[in-house]
Design a binder for this molecule. Structure first.
Ligand code: GDP
Length: 441
């Protein structure tokens, strides 16, 4: 496996489809086009219809569109050819066989096109991650966030912080390299002040309540309540399809069942938990333990009581109500519950109250997802980790009075930021900055 090989793969999902697209990237992409079409590559970035033949058998594989993107102005930065053919398994198999027989051409590894795009500087790492997110996006909020990241919004911010740090580093290094020169003491203080401001900005970014990660991964809502109050029935109605087992005997929902929903454009996972009650049954006890754990991890809980026994509810369930909870009184078709104001009366059988429940969930989800100031939030644990390391290094640098040690920590901090985008390392940038740095001249 080499980055110099020419690679190819279907860019579209396998299976039957109207159209499938096969992408070829690398130095031999033009050779592939010639081998299959018998002609030179078409004009850049315009689609032409060509007969695609297996060169060894001189047999027509399919007729389709050919596109030519000469490097470096292509997705990968290399020469790229695209074949748009009919999306059938046999068509793709025949095409793959013909392409694979061209010398120096092989099947792409997973993510290899994007990897090359990164290696050739077409995308930074946050953008590569954004492509994966965009492909995985199930909701509008996920799509929008991935799109902003792909546009480079996060990458630019981290790069800007990094170059400011490197600039600060250059100043500190200058005080080390030019000790004989009379240095302006105000400069040292100015650099420190700037680094403090930067640290504040990064801390603020870190303290965003994990909104971006929540949008990307989805919110977790746990449904909790005593057995038989109608938890699975509620989830079924919310999902509008049969997912949980609804049964008339108590304690049948023994495990955690998950449903993914789109609530107001946000991805939400609702987990149906085992009924909370004291039990001798080992399997059920394990279920109850898991239910408690999931509820503890949840961003929101829907706590369910039974209208026929309301307002007397099980103590264990009452104890689960906290600031994250939406309290619902189910089976309102059997008894009319007296409400204190906040609870929602429901009937999973008639559907009564569900409009209100969905509206309340939507409001709660909106509150949790609210982004302060419109700045793009952190989207990944990987970035969070690097930023936390960066802040720690900035703290350490502020504690050092020795310029050598302070510089070393600043260097570490800059490297942490560089890890996020994967762009040039600190030395490269320092060289660049020192080139027009003129202390002592
Ligand atoms: P879970 O153990 O809390 O998940 O409860 P289930 O969803 O399995 O429901 C237990 C029983 O109550 C089933 O027989 C349901 O049909 C019934 N049930 C659920 N919700 C309602 C409701 O709103 N009204 C009435 N009358 N019965 C309900």
């Amino acid at each position: 496996m080499s980055d110099r090989d020419t690679i190819f793969a279907a860019a579209t999902a396998p299976g039957r489809a109207g159209v499938a697209i096969v992408r070829v990237s690398g130095a031999a992409a033009g050779v592939v086009v010639r081998a299959l079409t018998g002609r030179a590559a078409p004009a850049p970035r315009s689609a032409v219809m060509r007969a695609l033949r297996d060169p060894d058998r001189d047999e027509l594989i399919d007729r389709g569109l050919v596109l030519w993107f000469p490097g470096p102005r292509s997705y990968t930065g290399e020469d790229v050819a695209e074949f748009h053919v009919h999306g059938g398994r046999a068509v793709l198999a025949a095409l793959a066989q013909a392409i694979g027989r061209v010398p120096g051409v092989r099947f792409a590894e997973p993510g290899e096109f994007s990897r090359r795009a990164f290696l050739h500087g077409r995308l930074d790492l946050t953008q590569v991650e954004a492509i994966a997110d965009l492909v995985d996006a199930e909701t509008d909020a996920q799509r929008r966030m991935a799109q902003r990241q792909l546009e480079g919004e996060l990458g630019r911010r981290y790069e800007q912080w990094r170059s400011e740090l490197v600039r600060a580093l250059a100043h500190v290094e200058a005080t080390i390299d030019f000790v004989d020169e009379p240095l302006d003491p105000a400069l040292g203080e100015a650099v420190r002040a700037r680094v403090r401001v930067l640290e504040g900005e990064i801390r603020q970014h870190l303290g965003d309540g994990r909104v971006g990660e929540r949008v990307r991964e989805g919110l977790l809502i746990a449904i909790v309540g005593a057995p038989n109050v109608g938890k699975s029935s509620i989830i079924n109605r919310l999902a509008e399809r049969e997912v949980a087992i609804v049964a008339p005997t108590a304690g049948t929902t023994r495990d955690v069942i998950e449903v993914r929903l789109d609530i107001g454009g946000y991805a939400v996972t609702i987990v149906d938990t085992a009924g909370l009650r004291e039990t001798q049954d080992d399997v059920e006890q394990e279920g109850v333990r898991r239910a408690r754990r999931r509820a503890a991890d949840a961003d929101l809980t829907i706590v369910v009581f039974d209208a026929t026994t309301w307002p007397r509810g099980e103590a264990a369930v009452r104890a689960m109500v906290d600031a994250r909870s939406v309290v619902v009184i189910n089976k309102a078709d059997l008894a009319r519950p007296t409400l204190n104001g906040e609870e929602i009366a429901l009937s999973a059988v008639t559907g009564f109250g569900f409009e209100r429940l969905v509206q309340v969930l939507r409001e709660r989800v909106d509150q949790l997802m609210a982004v302060q100031g419109g700045a793009m939030p952190l989207t990944r644990e990987r970035h969070r980790q690097a930023l936390e390391d960066c802040v720690a290094a900035l703290r350490a640098s502020a504690d050092h009075t020795e310029p050598e040690l302070a510089a070393e920590e600043l260097r570490v901090a800059a490297q942490c930021l560089g890890r996020i985008t994967g762009r040039v390392d600190v030395e490269d940038l320092l060289d660049l900055i020192f080139r027009d740095f003129c202390i002592g001249k």
